[in-house]
Design a protein around this ligand. Sequence first.
Ligand code: ZN
Length: 134
Amino acid sequence: MKILKIDHLGIAVNSIDQARSFWSDVLGLPFEGDETVAEQKVTTAFFPVGESEVELLESTAPDGPVAKYIDKRGQGIQHVAFRVENIDGALAELKAKGVRLIDETPRIGAGGARIAFLHPKDTQGVLVELCERQ
Ligand code: ZN
């Protein structure tokens, strides 16, 4: 498995509209618009930072994974995403090493990336996302 870089940090927020004034106006990161991923009940907004990005996540429904996360732990860093060269190969390798996978096969995330999450019980509580982009 080849991890290329930290692709992005996913940050759960109550409101992208409210949060973006810090990330965009205060820190000066470019705001490149938002995108709703209906299947995940989430709206995302990406802010490029050098080679990586900050991803703000706002739930679109009270029963969505981001809403549940905020209910439990409050706003904050929700996941770390590593960009991999070959996500299918990476998932097969991790599975063979006994790592529990939330997504056995990749799904399509924001920006058309192929993504998959690993189970936090096997990663010291950190929700890890793998992501492959063309
Ligand atoms: Zn993400």
